[in-house]
Design a protein around this ligand. Structure first.
Ligand code: HEM
Length: 491
């Protein structure tokens, strides 16, 4: 549309939306009138521009792209978008920090949310993951407290390391995620070179009905790169929107960021004796025992035309799964399957699935969900608004609709095990391996420095508790934290 003429939102022509109608008064100035509905509408709409921001993961960047299958994994899953080498599926990607609000800086030390919506012929499939492979809590009831402890003190309204550590030393199953949080990957220098993990264990269901367990991994084709802590902090001040700009500019230049998608797959027989790590998101699966299997490549090739419409209004949910991929008894996954749609209803309204970034591209027929604020579809016209109608044009499938078959023994045992999720040495084995085998001497030194920095303003007994918690990972960490803290003039 070239040179459009302004109208009101209802389409009435208006000569100039930048000038209010005023009645001239003696001595200059003017009186605005209730008759100037353009002025009234302009101010009234402005007052209503803000919607609730996401309670977590509010600051983000996003882009559109495409996923292409590069390896035949049809023996593992019937999911159509993962079947057929060369098959392409449109995607929407949203990459966020966790703790900061909508205007917060991009480059802070934090876990990044890595959310992908695949618009498939069988409905939307979302992987709503993070950029580190493990999470801080395994009981969903602790999730709100976890996030509050990383956000703002209720009195000072400032982030506060005392409440951060106070929370974590009292629920040390977070120790593995903390090892990652204070490493180098949580200060990425570009979100184009960042890993992504589905984190939870999901179930793959093959066309022959066979079930396997799996984890999703995204690896950037350009490799992973990070700032130093110092450079990341500096950039947070220089350009708080650095990561978003870096992504946008690269896509605008035609340098499309890409990720390979991989699966780790576990057979039910292996799952039988795998123990707690099967459905516990504070743990990873060994790559030696469960090597990565390539699935395909995601390439981002289109910037949003409008951030609010396409990225802010996007609503991802781990409950969005296509046939062939199913939930497991991980209590965190179960809780999340409620939380996201609920958050979207609050944030975007009950009809958020009709908004452009969330609209499925396959036929949707859900006449049992209709009306409500902001209905923008045909609303199923005269279709019966009750189920079991013989007059409905819809058909009831003879197939079991909920594609969540259960491998009875494994999952029942897992549910029983979840009743006793006390922290024990089992929780320190993987962090210890991470410290000893994955981190080199330089990374260890930086890790200690990163943690010590956060302890400067923390009360002494809490500092001791932090050192004691990490001593369970390796006595040398506890000793180093204590020694460093002692030598530090601020403490
Ligand atoms: C965002 C809840 C655990 C990754 C959110 C939102 C809520 C939420 C309410 C905001 C959603 C919105 O307003 O649209 C929870 C609960 C959890 C949990 C209750 C545990 C019980 C996790 C875990 C991960 C994760 C384990 C990663 C594996 C994300 C991501 C977003 C998000 C990536 C941003 C999604 C987007 O881009 O819109 N979470 N979360 N969350 N969460 Fe979680």
């Amino acid at each position: 549309m070239s040179n459009p003429k302004f109208t009101t939102a209802e389409g009435h022509p208006i000569p100039d939306p930048s000038v209010s109608l005023t009645l001239p008064t003696i001595g200059g100035g003017g009186i605005t009138t209730l008759g100037d509905t353009v002025l009234l509408e302009t101010l009234a709409h402005f007052n209503r521009e803000r919607i609730p921001e996401r309670v977590v993961h509010a600051k983000a960047s996003g882009a559109w792209g495409e996923f292409e299958v590069t390896n035949d994994i049809s023996k593992y899953t019937s999911a159509k978008f993962l079947n057929g080498v060369g098959k392409k599926t449109p995607v929407l990607w949203r990459l966020s920090t966790t703790a900061g609000e909508r205007g917060a800086a991009d480059t802070v030390r934090d876990v990044r949310g890595f959310a992908v919506k695949f618009f498939t012929e069988e409905g939307n499939h979302d992987i709503v993951g993070n950029h580190i492979p493990v999470f801080f809590v395994r009981d969903p009831i602790r999730f709100p407290s976890l996030n509050r402890s990383h956000k703002r003190d209720p009195a000072t309204n400032r982030p506060d390391w005392t409440m951060f550590w106070d929370f974590h030393v009292n629920q040390p199953e977070s120790v593995h995620a903390l090892m990652h949080l204070f490493g180098s990957r949580t200060v990425p220098d570009s979100i184009r070179r960042i890993t992504g993990f589905g984190v939870h264990t999901f179930k793959l269901v093959a066309a022959d009905g066979k079930i396997r367990y799996c984890k999703f991994h995204f690896k950037p084709t350009a490799g992973v790169t990070s700032w130093s802590s110092h450079d990341a902090t500096r950039m947070a001040g220089v350009n708080p929107d650095f990561h978003g700009q870096d992504l946008w500019d690269a896509i605008a230049r035609g340098e499309y960021p890409a990720w390979k998608l991989y699966l780790q797959v576990m057979e039910p027989e292996q799952a039988e004796n795998y123990g707690r790590a099967l459905f516990d998101i504070t743990k990873v699966w060994s790559h030696k025992d469960f090597p990565l299997i390539e699935v395909g490549q995601m390439t981002l090739n289109k910037n949003p035309e409008n951030y609010f419409a396409e990225i802010e209004q996007a609503a991802f949910s781990p409950a969005n799964m296509v046939p062939g991929i199913a939930m497991t008894p991980d209590p965190m996954l179960q809780a999340r399957m409620f939380a996201y749609a609920d958050a979207a209803r609050y944030r975007l309204g009950v009809n958020y699935t009709q908004l452009p970034p969330n609209r499925a591209i396959c036929p949707v027929f859900a006449p049992f969900e209709r009306d409500g604020y902001g209905t923008i579809t045909r609303n199923y016209g005269g279709e019966p608004n009750y189920v079991r109608s013989t007059l409905s044009t819809g058909r009831v499938s003879q197939q079991a609709v909920y594609n969540t078959p259960i491998t009875e023994r494994i999952e029942r045992n897992a549910i029983l095990a979840q009743n006793e999720i006390q922290v024990d040495d089992d929780d320190y084995i993987q962090p210890r391996k991470f410290w000893i085998r994955v981190m080199d001497d330089n990374e260890k030194r930086l890790w200690i420095a990163n943690v010590v920095e956060t302890l400067e303003t923390v009360p002494p007994q809490l500092r001791d508790a932090v050192a004691a918690m990490f001593s369970n990972v390796d006595a040398r960490i506890g000793e180093a934290l204590t020694a460093k803290a002692r030598n530090n003039a601020h403490i």
